[in-house]
Design a protein. Structure first.
Length: 440
């Protein structure tokens, strides 16, 4: 709960820091309403729509309302999926407004001691440090391989956890060993006629918990004729920081990544996680007020490209035979890949090229699945409503393979499959892993 003094300080900072021109760009036309999952899920509550949240932000700037608990709550409930942006005729950058508002609130609100400790551990002590990330994920690997996981499941210990977390524990990927996580390549040659020299953004969770997907990504790039450079100095993209009101930490991570990649003389910087890619292409906005970094950030942004885009651009799906046993495939969009990176057709082009697979488009494939970073943990009730709707649409396609392009979305869809009791007939898979399987 914020104090009167904190609310006054937040209001002052809103007036000083929020982009009023951007707030005024919203014409209240309502085009965003049908695209907003929280507006729909709330029963069409105006304050839970992009238009409504912008109006509340503007009211705080103008001093018409206080930034009280209800105001903070409506911002917390936003998924940050940014589905409102592509349909906005005024081009309002809602995602930037949301992150700025959350940052102002977080920096001027005194959290409880346990919350401060947790935030410091996560945002300062863990994600910015690759070795610590490997150590933390390594503990999960030990839990899986030592027999502790099987024992905990057998005695019903996981029943003490909330149902959603207990189910999520079942769908976590098999974690590689710490040696595998540490022994990573820094350069790989093209395995076909060379068409590009690219750098690979390996990420933090992707290069630990989802390391096999990163390996598959690099293999596909090699087969597509790409020489690959993987700078060891790169770090977490900063998305979790930026979405959680820790913009200062996000800026420091952005600078580290820009410095790690900018001297490599590559054509593109390739990502395979929609959430990471969307934050990377926003580095120019993140550092827009830093004279020493804004131009460097813009140059960095211009090279970011999703793995699906580069594969389609070099006609990988036409040059390499892709074949799988008969199956029905559907695709769940990563919100940030579609809404921020504007990548929607390339993944579908690749999936339709797989022989033996029948591609079936899912209704509302572009609606958020409810993962949204850690939203499915901190706002589990709302998240599960969105996931239940998504599973209804997925089952209607009769798909046996649900594909997505972001680790959070993948875990969420696997969670939905497990909740529905369909794990014996339906699988969730990252698009890169499915393509690698099809190449084999």
């Amino acid at each position: 709960m914020t104090t009167l003094m904190e609310r006054e300080k937040i209001q002052q900072q809103f007036k000083a820091q929020m982009n009023e021109d951007e707030l005024l760009n919203c014409m209240r036309c309502g085009f965003c309403l049908p695209t907003c999952p929280t507006y729909i899920e709330s029963g069409y509550k105006e304050s839970h729509s992009p238009r409504g949240r912008i109006a509340l932000m503007k009211a705080v700037v103008d001093g018409l309302i206080e930034p009280d608990e209800d105001f903070e709550r409506t911002l917390e409930l936003c998924l940050g999926c940014r589905a409102c942006e592509p349909v906005c005729p005024s081009g309002v950058n809602y995602g930037h407004l949301l992150e700025d508002a959350r940052d102002i609130i977080n920096q001027n609100k005194k959290h409880s001691l346990p919350v401060r400790a947790l935030r410091k551990t996560v945002f300062q002590g863990l994600f910015p440090h690759p070795n610590r990330m490997r150590g933390a994920v390594g503990l999960l690997g030990f839990y899986q391989r030592s027999g502790l996981q099987a024992f905990a499941q057998k005695i019903g210990y996981l029943g003490l956890l909330p149902e959603q977390l207990a189910t999520m524990e079942k769908v976590l990927p098999k974690v590689p060993t710490r040696k595998e996580m540490k022994n990573r390549p820094e350069h790989l040659p093209a395995m076909a006629e060379k068409v590009h020299r690219v750098a690979f953004f390996s990420g933090c969770l992707m290069d630990t918990m989802f390391l096999k997907t990163n390996d598959a990504t690099m293999k596909l790039l090699q087969l597509a004729g790409c020489e690959i450079v993987i700078p060891r100095e790169q770090t977490c993209c900063g998305a979790l920081h930026g979405h959680s009101g820790e913009k200062g930490g996000a800026k420091e991570l952005a600078k580290r990544n820009i410095a790690a990649f900018e001297e490599l003389e590559v054509d593109y910087i390739i990502t395979n996680a929609g959430g990471c890619g969307a934050f990377l292409v926003d580095y120019d906005h993140l550092l827009k007020d830093d004279l020493d970094w804004k131009d460097r950030a813009k140059a960095f942004k211009e090279k970011i490209k999703d793995i699906s885009e580069i594969l389609v651009a070099v006609d990988f799906h036409k040059k390499v035979k892709l074949e799988l046993p008969p199956q029905v495939i559907t695709y769940q969009d990563s919100c940030h890949l579609r809404n921020v990176m504007k990548t929607a057709s390339a993944p579908r082009t690749l999936l339709r090229a797989i022989q033996g697979g029948h591609y079936q488009e899912m209704k509302d494939a572009d609606r958020c699945c409810g993962s949204a970073g850690i939203y499915n943990i901190v706002e589990s009730e709302s998240s599960m409503v969105m996931l239940d709707y998504k599973m209804v649409q997925a089952k209607a396609t009769h798909a046996t393979t649900i594909v997505t392009a972001n680790p959070g979305c993948l875990l969420q869809m696997q969670l939905g499959i497990e909740r529905e009791g369909l794990s014996s007939t339906i699988r969730g898979v990252h698009i890169v892993d499915l393509l690698a399987e099809a190449v084999k």
